[in-house]
Design a protein around this ligand. Structure first.
Ligand SMILES: [Zn+2]
Length: 305
């Protein structure tokens, strides 16, 4: 099955699916300004953790996990869906929803609609989240996947609306909800309307809980800000990928606020697990099988009830 996943879903993403610069290869100031020998990002990829230079195709085959140190590179929504779901089972919903510009916001000297249009062209997505019906090992679920490439996976009104629709679909049809988060938080360009999505998604999840339908939250790198402070942390089961940056505020902001140095690994999956904030850390190779096991448990419980 794992082999299948690698070849069916992940193969098509080798080129173009991760536009330069890959989010997980942030500016590394260690190199000189000009680097003519630097490998092209679509052929070779440098691991930001161990600095290993990896043939990108090998990285794709390894589910975008560094073969040397296990660093989990970020996935696009398409890659995540291919990784998790049965092949061909995904039925995307509300794909045509696009953001409005309620505040007439101008960002980086560009009107917000222009800015958003550029991200649409770059990512091939209409927004920072994708959801729909799907199946894992034949078990039905509603899957929500955020894509960090689209304005940092930020949650504006459309992201909030799509996530709420997904939750309501799960409640109505009584099928489990799985949300894979990857977000920098609320979308500044939509101001307070973005913040309202925190309440909206949380309220919908409360109704899902009342309906007795399970919600599995998968935290991936990064899950921060208003997303961490709302639906991402409300899962009945909380999973995270290894080494993910997770938390409301980043370590530097916290240090500035409390005037103390933080432990080295604060805001990582491992730190959260050690402190009881999440239930488990799941290697990407085992994510699909772990979700299948959880869905099967629910199905058995639902049958007995
Ligand atoms: Zn590495």
């Amino acid at each position: 099955m794992a082999e299948n996943m690698q070849h069916s879903g992940m193969a098509g993403m080798a080129n173009g699916a991760h536009p330069a610069p890959t989010p997980s290869t942030p500016s590394t100031p260690s190199t000189q300004p000009m680097a003519p020998a630097r490998p092209a990002p679509d052929v070779m990829t440098k691991c930001p953790n161990c600095r290993e230079i990896i043939v990108t195709k090998e990285l794709e085959k390894n589910l975008r996990v560094c073969p040397r140190c296990g660093h989990h590179f970020r996935l696009t929504a398409d890659e995540r869906i291919a990784l998790v779901l049965d092949e061909g089972s995904f039925q995307e919903m509300s794909a045509d929803l696009m953001t409005e510009d309620p505040l007439h916001f101008v960002s980086r000297s560009k009107p917000y609609p222009t800015y958003a249009a550029e991200y649409r062209a770059e990512t091939g997505l209409n927004e920072g989240v994708v959801y729909g019906r799907g199946a894992i090992e034949g078990l039905p679920l509603v899957l929500v996947v955020m894509d960090f490439r689209f304005i940092g996976g930020s949650m504006g009104t459309v992201v909030g609306e799509k996530i709420t629709r997904a939750i309501e679909l799960a409640a109505k049809e009584r099928i489990p909800l799985v949300v894979c988060s990857a977000s920098g938080g609320a979308r500044m360009q939509e101001g307070a309307l973005s913040l309202m999505q925190m309440a909206k998604t949380s309220a919908a999840l409360a109704r899902l809980a009342e309906a007795g339908v399970p919600y599995i939250s998968v935290l991936t790198d990064p899950t921060t800000g208003g997303v961490a402070a709302s639906f991402a942390f409300l899962g009945d089961v909380m999973l995270a990928e290894p080494g993910a940056l997770i938390g409301f505020a980043g370590p530097r902001v916290i240090e500035q606020a409390i005037h103390q140095r933080l432990p080295k690994d604060t805001n990582t999956s491992e730190f959260l697990l050690a402190h009881g904030m999440i239930d488990g850390i799941t290697h990407r190779r085992e994510l699909r099988s772990t979700l299948a096991r959880l869905l099967r448990l629910y199905q058995q419980a639902a049958t007995l009830a």
